[in-house]
Design a protein around this ligand. Structure first.
Ligand code: GAL
Length: 440
């Protein structure tokens, strides 16, 4: 090599090495606490759809306004309902490599971390921020393990929602607000498909969205049925409510797009936005997609509760926690305080579709869809925690449910084989049921 070039390379290497040593020495002479706080906050979440990303962006903005010197690293793992992220984060947490905070459903989902002693008790955050005064009891208890707080909720989503395309329903003279039963719902589907022979009345997405749908159909059989289910008490394959729910699901599948297994939840929502289908059953994170598409509530689209669940509110609660031994413990707790704050919740939830987990929210910041959910949350008789979204039943049950339901929706399993599989799941995981729900 040309000696000049060689010298230049040696000088460059020396400069880089010296810089590295200086940075290293500076790092080690810092007090350990400063070292850890070298100012960053890393959070994991799966909010990657248009509406979800806008919402978490607004929440991060609130944090950054308060702590402008802290770099927020959003590690976002695509995959609705956390299907991709949950196994990744579980492996990280159990290996002691947890980020400063991560999206998790309130309820059962975090029990494995709690049992392994990997979560910090955050009673002080609840007390210092007076959260018990503003967070509904049902969400308070979902945020605890063994009577202590281990997470703060960022929202309350509603799961039992039908999203519809209003102009398409008007075109077939159906007033969606009059649909109260599955019979009326399927009659509207027939009318739409008669008028639009190349279209499917219902849009449906990938595996977990099918399990989400099954959960809503089961709730439509009555709160007592749902309560038995999440208490692990439906253990007979001849349970008539379970069989009736599978019959409805089977009928439902007759109206859906054929490519359901390959559509994400937001792609299925988009079919409603585009008027390719009239109905989609999904949690109210879907509202974020309508907002991003500039669809207008009660003009372009609207919502009703799933038939038979008018008086119920299906709960999906997203939360964050303070894992033990994280790189930035102070920032972890600052994040939790922002998540729990009125400003944080009122920035996040109007875009996310959920209502605030706080009762003191500024309703003027929310849109017309939220008028419906804020009002219903106050007036419904029953709340029911979601199984598919980590709250209502042990993970050992929920994680298997999607594949059991998917075998049925794709025709790979018969009704009786599916009923046996669902009943067996509860029986096989009996030891993991630690909560006795009383939903009335
Ligand atoms: C749910 C989560 C929501 C939303 C949805 C789709 O499990 O609670 O916040 O993100 O998945 O990704």
């Amino acid at each position: 090599m040309d000696p000049k070039k060689q010298t230049a390379i040696i000088v460059l290497i020396a400069v880089i090495a010296t810089a590295g040593i200086v940075v290293g020495i500076t790092y080690f002479v810092m007090a350990p606490s400063d070292r850890k706080e070298a100012d960053a906050l890393e959070i994991y979440h799966w909010w990657t759809s248009g509406g979800e990303a806008a919402a978490v962006g607004a929440l991060v903005d609130v944090f950054e306004d308060l702590y402008p010197d802290t770099v927020v690293i959003q590690s976002a793992v695509a995959g609705g309902s956390g299907t991709t992220m949950i196994p990744i984060i579980t492996a990280l947490v159990l290996a002691g490599e947890a980020p400063d905070a991560f999206q998790m459903h309130a309820g059962y989902e975090g029990i494995a971390y709690f049992d392994a002693g990997l979560l910090e008790n955050i009673n002080h955050i609840w007390a210092d921020n007076n959260l018990e005064a503003v967070i509904p009891d049902v969400v308070q208890s979902m945020s605890q393990f063994d009577g202590d707080y281990y997470m703060v909720p960022v929202n309350i989503h509603r799961s039992n929602v039908i999203w519809y395309n209003l102009p398409e329903l008007t075109a077939i003279s159906v007033d969606p607000k009059t649909i109260d039963t599955w019979t009326e719902f399927f009659a509207a589907c027939d009318a739409f498909e008669l008028a639009n022979p190349t279209k499917d009345a219902i849009s449906l997405g990938e595996s977990w969205t099918q399990a989400h749908l099954f959960e809503q159909i089961l709730a439509s059989q009555g709160i007592a049925v749902y309560e038995d289910w999440i208490n692990g008490d439906i253990i007979s394959a001849s349970n008539s409510d379970l069989l009736a729910a599978l019959d409805i699901l089977n009928q439902f599948m007759g109206y859906t797009n054929a490519d359901f297994n390959s559509l994400s939840w937001d792609a299925a929502t988009d079919l409603i936005i585009q008027g390719d289908s009239i109905f989609n059953i999904m949690g109210d994170w879907a509202n974020g997609e309508f907002l991003v598409a500039n669809s207008v509530y009660d003009t372009d689209y609207g919502t009703i509760a799933v038939p038979g669940t008018n008086d119920m509110y299906g709960l999906v609660v997203d939360a964050f926690q303070h894992p033990k031994n994280v790189a930035h413990p102070t920032n972890s707790e600052r994040w939790l305080e922002v998540v729990a704050s009125k400003a944080g919740q009122d920035a996040f939830n109007p875009l996310k579709g959920s209502i605030s987990a706080r009762t003191d929210s500024n309703l003027a910041l929310y849109g017309p869809y939220h008028d419906w959910t804020f009002a219903d949350f106050e007036t419904v008789t029953y709340m029911f925690p979601s199984v598919v979204h980590g709250s209502g039943a042990p993970q050992s049950f929920s994680s298997e449910l999607s594949s059991v339901i998917n075998a049925f929706t794709t025709g790979a399993a018969t009704k009786s084989a599916t009923a046996i599989a669902i009943a067996n799941l509860a029986a096989d995981n009996a030891a993991d049921y630690t909560t006795v729900w009383a939903l009335d």
